[in-house]
Ligand binder design. Sequence first.
Ligand code: GLN
Length: 446
Amino acid sequence: DVAESFLGRIGAVDESVGAFLAVDRESALAGAKRYDDGEKDGLLAGIPVGIKDNISVKGMQNTCASKILEGYIAPYDATVTEKIKRQGGVIVGKLNMDEFAMGSSTEHSAYKLTRNPFGLDRVPGGSSGGSAASVAAMEVPVSLGTDTGGSVRQPAAYCGIAGLKPTYGSISRYGVTAFGSTLDQVGTLGRDVKDLALITSAITGKDDRDFTTHSRDLGDLYANLSKDIRGKRIALPDEFLGEGLNEDARKSIEESVKVFEALGAKVERVSLKMADFSLAAYYIISSAEASSNLARFDGIRYGFRAKEALDLIDLYKESRSQGFGPEVKRRIMLGTYVLSAGYYDAYYKKALKVRKLIQDEYNSIFSNFDAMISPTTPTPAFRLGDKTEDVMAMYLNDIYTVPVNIAGIPAVSIPCGLSEGMPLGLQIMGAHFSEQTILDIAYAYE
Ligand code: GLN
């Protein structure tokens, strides 16, 4: 009944929301049948789950919303997919995204537009726009996304739901299409913190097939949720309340400070001097890594192949020229440029040094504080088409979210006020492995 009801909701609203690239009714009903047949024990028993289209689900498409992967069907399950199935979760389909997770509005999808359920003329955010919109439109209770620079937290904020990017290495990326390998993490989305904790607990853990996963046990994030945050010390960086921040977002952060103090926490202003350099470092490092990761899409191994080619080199060239969209090409060019012999020291190596300084700064803050808060984004969701011509304006959306990936720390975004009738997000960040602490703080606030 649960699966039928969510599938019915998808049928009723997805034509206007556009969150799904593929819905697999049969496999959803087969998953639900396992519950009816008595498999009622898993953490996610009988719960429908939506999956971003860059996470492999055996037998379903995995296009990363790119033409170059058109027709590609994943021959195996990602570790997270396997875990969801093992915990009784019911996978209903694959969700729209920016092509190869590059973007902040889902407008870079080669297939369709996804709309924000709170205002259909607005973007849902990105790159996990389908993951956020599907949860906000109640097409699924929870979903998975990926977060390289904010792609789970920013769309969660824009769509008025909760989203978590865990500590780097908390969730296996085996079977997840790589973008920036030193930054990528699978993230979770749900309507509230409890749902988020539940789905996160179901998929964390060390995996021998992804050597970047860590063996530190995060505990049962769901069972251990607590609203008691008395005595917690929370930092609020001045730099995240500066230029470009919308007035309503500033006010809602000030309001949230009062809420935390009423709950018995202490909030103090701090300074993050390196914050200004995060965005530049992020776009250099992530593009460098993307240019290498995307070399595998050659028109031979997966999906799309150009029809006419003179020889092998021409086949690569034609397939990639026709298969990749403009934003992906921009990142590949930027990435190969910063990695080229003449510019490596000036850009890539410098960005790595900046990364180390940012990490040191965060570590020093977390040696004194339990958590740090900021707006998730400077503004609410913008209108469709508003930033498609202005690349820099699009990149500036990520100003508060990218430092978290650079530092490798966990962060959660939860709803916090409105602007122009659209939801705003509050971002709560913590030291490595402090998922329970930041979820507790979010739970207490909610
Ligand atoms: N919007 C950022 C980018 O375009 C972040 C993307 C992401 O986290 N996948 O790179």
